[in-house]
Unconditional design. Sequence first.
Length: 74
Amino acid sequence: MKVSKLDGVFNAYAALPAITPVPVVAVVQEIFGVNSDIRTTCNELARDGFIAIAPDLFWRIEPNVDLDAAVAEH
């Protein structure tokens, strides 16, 4: 999903449960960005009945960071 602000547009991953309305949970990314672990967490929260949104907090510096925590940088 795209989110608009006065100074730009950034991405956010959103996972929705089968039935709404329900509470919303903001999932804050780690240094690895909105990666597969964060998306999995959002999907699990959605299965538990929450709307889960993980905004791309690094969008001004480097948009769409998606690093695997298990892979060492060379």
